[in-house]
Design a protein. Sequence first.
Length: 225
Amino acid sequence: MITAEHLTKSFHDGEGEIRPVKNVSLEIPNGQFLSVVGRSGSGKTTLLKMLGGLLRPTEGEVLIDGEDLYEMSDRAMADYRSNRIGFVFQEYLLEEAFTVEQNIEIALMIAGTAEKERRELITNALEQVGMEHKRTTKVGVLSGGEKQRVSIARAIVNHPSVIFADEPCGNLDYENGVNIMKLLREQCRQGRTVVLITHNRDDALVTDRIVTLKDGAVVRDEMLG
Ligand SMILES: Nc1ncnc2c1ncn2[C@@H]1O[C@H](COP(=O)(O)OP(=O)(O)OP(=O)(O)O)[C@@H](O)[C@H]1O
Ligand SMILES: [Mg+2]
């Protein structure tokens, strides 16, 4: 269970203070497929980063199974980031000059996984996203849909319990977008929690729950199905 309690984020820019996330409280049960929607600038990415341990809240707490994420030791936090969560970004964040395999392997090396196990985990992740045949291809020559499948493979390679995906279908055509949504649903079926940011109402409608943000606050929280 991920629990956000009264999360607020403030930034100071030249003009003064802005607060992209204001007093957000949420409970995300294990295994839920949750989507976060809202206009551009409504605070979705800022919220996702705070939930995923990438951005310290100005106020409030994120509890992971009751443990305060931002009070963990540096070591526990590093372990959380590399073993318990996976991130998928709209812009893929892959190294174009490296092969598919190398891009995924980086995540495993950071996690300290031994070589033989790395090979097996990479095979398994690539099979899940249907990209095993491109294992030794350089990422730079892949199509957008293929790149996004590789970035999902990288996110799931360590069998994380939670996947955070920030508009993973934003740069894809309809068919590739549908495929990515199916992959995320499959991850959920395997017991993982998936938190997805999307602009696409059709994508949100296939998840279990839609949380709508407006000006940094939750204005709607609907259970589907
Ligand atoms: N590091 C930062 N410093 C200053 N302002 C920031 C910072 N990060 C985000 N913001 C501001 O916070 C607001 C919310 O940004 P955020 O990226 O969370 O929006 P979003 O809902 O993800 O938008 P989009 O749909 O366009 O991705 C924006 O006005 C943005 O400019
Ligand atoms: Mg965003």
